[in-house]
Design a protein around this ligand. Sequence first.
Ligand SMILES: *Cc1c(COP(=O)(O)O)cnc(C)c1O
Length: 396
Amino acid sequence: MSPISRCVDNDELARLVRQYGLSQPVTVTRPTLPSLSEFAASLEGVWSRCWLTNDGEVHRELEAKLAAHLGVEHISLFCNGTIALLVALQALEIDGGEVITTPFTFPATAHVLHWNRVRPVFCDIEDKTFNIDASKIEALIGPETRAILGVHVYGNPCKVETIRDIAARHGLKVIYDAAHAFGVRLRGRSLLVHGDMSMLSFHATKVFSTIEGGAVVSPSEELRRRVNMLKNFGIANEESIIGPGLNGKMNEVQAAFGLLQLRTVEREIANRRQIAESYRRHLAEIPGVSMMQDLPDAEHNYGYFPVLIDTDRYGLDRDTVYTLLKRFNISTRKYFHPLVSHAPCYAELPSAQPDLLPVAERAAREVLCLPIYGTLDPNVPQVVARILREVHAHVA
Ligand SMILES: *Cc1c(COP(=O)(O)O)cnc(C)c1O
């Protein structure tokens, strides 16, 4: 017997599916695209110049416009966020030893450490923001510690001041994986100005996209130049190669796509905000279903809408709810499950042991990201809430 039919009577489930099931499958995210003709028109300059990559005109325009839009001074565009983070660590000379980071993230965060010959040291997370728990960092610092790599999970700002102070006391660098934090502001300023460097991802599933793409935000022009040199094979000019670089460049077609996205990203975020508010209204007070709230000092981007399913209080576990919603044509994601600390390359590390990471383990067990994107049918939050409410009433 499947776990659903054990908990919800089959006839009853069939009735609910007839009543609430969506006619078209809804994905957890979906990019908001410019029209194809608009995109083609935006490429005319690229075609006429016949200049496709390597610091082209569109690339430079996107860099300048993004810097202004985000409120940062020094930005370098990349082919994707993972390579951007890899290069950021190289630029800060973090290429060995240990770095304290979070297990509750996309695997790329830890993998980039691994590719830089750095041993990740996993630190547990806070239950409200899902971010690295700054109060647990200091106990993990040892003679090999080089840096703290925080992730602004779901766009929630890490405790940047506390982390800065810890780093200053111990002579550590601070890097942020800000893949989720496009446009997020903390106390009126860009979140990206915190730390020694921040990485952004412009992957198709993110709030702002260049299909694949990313960026590094540096605190100075000197570091930006170093990042740019490293993303271009370590070539300084036609006569000199000054370091072991790689190819991390963004091309003109990606950049043109990004310029169009930049025109609509504020509307995308405003639409997502409405969806998030609708979920919050409709999901309120379903026993065992809890949600993330906006932080009073932050402007959010609504990239994700995670809920936590408490098995005992709701009556079903998260995995069953995931399978159940699929029956109604609603896709959700267990983001982030499994924890990256469970991957075989890290599972043997002392810091990866589940009993040391109780909050992260629990979040990974309970979290479910619901569909959210600018063009989502505005009825979906209400439909999801009705299903969750009726199913709960049925199993309670
Ligand atoms: C998307 C993402 C990445 C990877 O970015 P890519 O652009 O896909 O390489 C890294 N970290 C986090 C937290 C992400 O969500």
